[in-house]
Design a protein around this ligand. Structure first.
Ligand code: UDP
Length: 149
């Protein structure tokens, strides 16, 4: 099974959206295999967003991500990376489809509520930045036998 890294950003935590967001992934049939609430240290923010270090929005992005606790998760399922990106919606909430998390719950690209890995390689990398193997739990969801062909 594939895994992806998902993080409710500080605006999502402050606005009390964690429950709604977790419910959407649970209802889809995905399996949560790791979760924790954390104030992220600067090194992990810089590492996660290393491709954006030189972008003009990076200082503001770093300040935003470190402004309060984030809710970090690892989700598992077949094709989980593209499935979660679709549920999350476009980076700019103005372009995010209704029904997606950013389409329903966000207004501004700089306060877009949630992060999700954009490829299986980034997922592996980001899970490694934020979770130890011991923090990821191996178990079976009771409905797994009916969720997949
Ligand atoms: N971002 C921003 N301004 C921009 C582009 C990106 O503040 O013009 C922030 C936004 O929080 C976004 C994050 O940087 O989610 C990472 O950007 P990326 O293009 O990787 O989008 P994502 O993968 O989060 O959809």
């Amino acid at each position: 099974m594939d895994r992806t890294f998902v993080m409710v950003k500080p605006d999502g935590v402050q606005r009390g959206l964690v429950g709604d967001i977790v419910s959407r992934f649970e209802a889809k049939g995905l399996k949560m295999v790791g979760a924790k609430l954390e104030l992220l240290p600067e090194e992990r923010v810089t590492d996660q967003y290393r491709e954006h270090l030189e972008k003009p929005f990076f200082p503001g992005l770093k300040q935003y991500i470190m402004s309060g606790p984030c809710f970090l998760m690892v989700w598992e399922g077949r094709n989980v990376v593209p499935i979660v990106r679709t549920i999350v919606g476009a980076t700019n909430p103005a372009e995010a489809a209704p029904g997606s998390i950013r389409g329903d719950l966000a207004l501004d690209i700089g306060r877009n509520v949630i992060h999700a890995s954009d490829s299986p390689a980034s997922a592996d990398r980001e899970i490694g930045i934020h979770f130890t193997p011991a923090e990821l739990v191996d178990y079976t969801r009771i409905d797994e036998s009916v969720l997949y062909e």
